[in-house]
Design a protein around this ligand. Structure first.
Ligand SMILES: Cc1ncc(COP(=O)(O)O)c(C=O)c1O
Ligand SMILES: N[C@@H](CCCC[NH3+])C(=O)O
Length: 433
């Protein structure tokens, strides 16, 4: 019935998340509230980990892309499940380290890492740096030399894959701010330069073709292109790279009609393609990294709001305004992202209304969605927006000085606060007069 399998309706006609009554959560913790089902997150982690074991014979590792949802609690959970963590900033790195993630299981990404953040990564002993471009290569080499450390790197390569997703979340095509492209020869120049660096050990290459992808072919095609490039490097440089990071990007179900492929199927097909290409090219099968973000946490999240006003503009539309909006979920404003929305305290009723759900900010584009089917809704009701576990909290803002909501984790039918709600003093904490 719902987009996520952990959701249901109880005898009070309330939405349940992992068996917990959503209305009780809203009343206990207040709204807006991010709710994350830790049991489902752990199940997703195990699914990936077991698939890597099954299809790659353990010769691989799953790194959780923490940009999807980053706080100490999630870093601890994924690390306990045996995943490493991908970070793109000192903030994400600090969070992962503070949560106890071993530095060698952290991979440091980013297309323009500042020098002080690179130094922080080197001194922390992160397992791999993914180097984006020649300027960063030279900077990393000199900072590694200064610190007296050798640094293991992967090179960010643009495979030229056109994945069918929103333009803003595509990254594998030649015109991208990320990485160096194979088709214009720059990737090979970049690789040769990397092997000349004194303080860097080139372990392999990395790519990421985009996000919220539903097809298998872009992934298998990309694996082929990347392995062929590794074989070209062996021919041109006499070096055999041993690691291949294929990024993340596996889609999830947000609304009826979305049809994601089961993740173990992606991994199985990609593993088959890797085996086939390695046999064709007589290339040793590399250690494989995967970096799922959305597919680990997206479906595990629900955002709860309280409805303020319900305003019908006859002949035009009905606005249902909630106590959050683009500050906690900017994805409709950014990508016209679609969500399933329901009245948490009337969850089993027919969704026979059509409404626009609006946020509270001074911005006409501050919407959660338009023309949404929903149950009858009144001021004071609780609204639930489903599948908000990825790129909601992590992209939240304090626009209009709105405080960020709390994050509550659910485990075994019990709830706990994983991130406190921001206070008014938190809003002022860096202000000076
Ligand atoms: C380099 C890199 N790895 C992994 C991811 C995670 O992607 P997703 O959340 O779609 O799995 C991203 C984001 O798109 C990314 O840029
Ligand atoms: N933030 C985007 C996806 C970009 C992922 C990072 N490369 C989203 O909400 O869908």
């Amino acid at each position: 019935m719902f987009v996520s399998k952990n959701l249901g309706v109880n005898e009070k006609n309330h939405l349940t998340i992992g068996g917990v009554d959503a209305v009780e959560l809203a009343e206990q913790y207040g709204t807006p509230l991010y709710v994350m089902d830790e049991d489902l997150i752990r199940e997703n982690c195990r699914l990936y980990r077991d698939s890597v074991q099954e299809f790659y014979g353990g010769h691989g590792r799953v790194l959780y892309a923490s940009k999807a949802f980053c706080c100490k609690a999630i870093c601890k959970v994924v690390s306990e499940e045996g995943l490493g963590v991908d970070v793109v900033s000192a903030g994400e790195l600090h969070t992962a380290l503070s949560a106890g993630v071993p530095a060698e299981h952290i991979c440091f990404h980013g297309n323009n890492k500042p020098a002080d953040e690179i130094e922080f990564g080197i001194l922390s002993g992160v397992g791999r740096f993914v180097v984006d471009n020649p300027d960063e290569l030279a900077l990393l080499d000199s900072l590694a030399g200064k610190a007296g450390r050798r640094v293991k790197i992967l090179l960010r390569i643009t495979p030229g894959t056109d994945a069918h997703t929103h333009d803003f979340i595509k990254t594998g095509q030649i015109d991208s701010k990320f990485g160096m492209a194979i088709e214009n020869g720059l990737a090979m120049e970049f690789t040769k330069a990397a092997y000349r660096m004194k303080n860097l050990d080139v372990c392999g290459i990395h790519c990421h073709i985009g996000s919220q992808i539903f097809e298998l072919e872009p992934f298998t095609y990309t694996a082929r292109v990347m392995l062929s490039f590794m074989a070209d490097v062996r021919r041109e440089c006499g070096e055999t790279m041993s690691e291949l990071n294929l990024g993340g990007g596996f889609g999830i179900k947000y609304v009826e009609g979305d049809q994601p492929v089961a993740y173990h199927r992606y991994l199985e097909q990609v593993a088959k393609e890797i085996d086939a290409v390695c046999a064709e090219l007589d290339f040793p099968r590399p250690f494989i990294y995967l970096e799922p973000g959305r597919s680990i946490v997206g479906s595990a999240g629900v955002t709860l709001y309280t409805v303020g006003s319900v305003k019908e503009i006859p002949g035009i539309r009905t606005y249902v305004s909630v106590d959050g909006g683009m500050t906690d979920n900017p994805r409709y404003a950014l990508y016209q992202a679609k969500y399933e929305v329901l009245v948490a305290n009337r969850a089993g009723d027919d969704a026979d209304w059509r409404v626009t759900v609006a946020g509270r900010c001074c911005e006409s584009g501050d919407l959660i969605g338009e023309n949404l089917p929903i149950q009858q809704v009144n001021s004071g009701d609780y609204l639930a927006v489903l599948a908000t576990g990825a790129y909601n909290y992590s992209m939240s803002s304090n626009y209009n000085r709105v405080q960020k909501p709390a994050v509550v984790f659910l485990k075994g039918g019990k709830s706990r606060v994983a991130v406190r709600r921001e206070s008014l003093d938190d809003i002022l904490k860096n202000d000076l007069i």
